[in-house]
Design a protein around this ligand. Sequence first.
Ligand code: IPE
Ligand code: IPE
Ligand code: MG
Length: 228
Amino acid sequence: MRSDAQGIPRHIGIIMDGNGRWAQRRLLPRSAGHRAGVKNITPVVTVALEYGVQCVTLYAFSTENKNRAKDEVDALIDLIRKRLKPMTRELIARGARVAFSGDSSYFPQDVRDIMEEIVAENTDTTAQVVNIALDYGGREEILRAAREAAKDGEITAETFESKLYTAGLPELDMIVRTGGEKRLSNFLLYQAAYSELFFTDTLWPDFNGEELIALLNEFSKRTRRFGK
Ligand code: IPE
Ligand code: IPE
Ligand code: MG
């Protein structure tokens, strides 16, 4: 199994931040930044998959992002409606399996149908995973898992983790946040316990495979002690 033993992270989480500022700097509407951001996903993820990463989780829309101006939320939902299927088709063609993390009930039925179709279409459990976090919040995930695990009786690490959206995915070895902010913004809070954190000022639409490879090199040089 490919693993962190060779200095390759098993699972990378990417906080794709900075679309709005990318657009503002070009005097474009924020929605143009989101469009540029979506275009950037496949090239960057392809580099991660070629490098041998088993799973990439992309933070695409947080539970808190719903509180943005209605225009922007509508534009984001429309972008998901139009681009999710073509984008995932491309990723699946590159050998990946696409999964989702989050509470999709917020999205309109047609968008949920698209998500369900995508999940039903790719069943290759041996493939590398591209996990898209949509309407995802770490606190919501933890509360939900606790409630679900409590229904089954005693809560152990195993029963609890089996109720997380990331159940079955490898350890989150690495988190990359673009856009300059140094915070997790409710991303994979439980899973981030021993993740190596990387922050870059590059805005997400400008981030590329070359920069990712540089961060992966840095990852391979870090000493992970896990408290020992
Ligand atoms: C990240 O870019 C994308 C989403 C949150 C959907 P932002 O929209 O947060 O961009 P900035 O941080 O305002 O530049
Ligand atoms: C985090 O970015 C969420 C995504 C990238 C989807 P935000 O822009 O929402 O985070 P804050 O508001 O700066 O913490
Ligand atoms: Mg932001």
